[in-house]
Design a protein around this ligand. Structure first.
Ligand SMILES: Cc1cc2nc3c(=O)[nH]c(=O)nc-3n(C[C@H](O)[C@H](O)[C@H](O)COP(=O)(O)O)c2cc1C
Length: 134
């Protein structure tokens, strides 16, 4: 997705940014699975959030659940704190608990890529139930 800037926005939205905005606006709830880049979210995720916050702010009042997976043992816990702060700024309703921080990825996922760690899988189910119950 093109990097957001107001000149580009004024010239006409890129198709992919418009489509992303529409998806967020129409969603009943959103689950964001983030990586951790230098203790925070990736620039790509922040950029997508910024696009969707424009032209009517698709995030406003939206139920949002956070999760993440990283190659290290912290499992994006630091990135999720940063993401939580960003989502406050865009007026989203972030589900407070449970925290789903998966890592190291090599241990929690099986060879076929499925979530193999049962405790992690249970927390993920609880998170989805929590966001749908709001
Ligand atoms: C620029 C960069 C910074 C990273 N910083 C962290 C970090 O702070 N903590 C962590 O656990 N992993 C960190 N990683 C490792 C990522 O968790 C790992 O590369 C992961 O696979 C990234 O997911 P993605 O491929 O979906 O972007 C970093 C990776 C990159 C490329």
């Amino acid at each position: 997705m093109a990097l957001f800037d107001e000149d580009l926005e004024a010239a006409g939205w890129p198709e992919v940014a418009r489509r992303f905005h529409d998806h967020i606006r129409q969603a009943d709830a959103v689950l964001i699975a983030t990586p951790e880049y230098n203790y925070s979210v990736s620039g790509a995720l922040k950029n997508a959030i910024d696009w969707a916050s424009r032209d009517g702010n698709a995030w406003s009042g939206k139920r949002v659940a956070l999760m993440g997976v990283s190659s290290g043992p912290i499992g994006t816990a630091r990135a999720q704190l940063a993401l939580r702060q960003i989502m406050v700024a865009v007026d989203a309703l972030v589900i407070p608990q449970p925290q789903v921080s998966l890592g190291p990825a090599s241990l929690v996922f099986g060879p076929d890529g499925s979530l193999a760690d049962e405790a992690s899988a249970r927390r993920l189910v609880t998170l989805v139930e929590a966001v749908l119950a709001r």
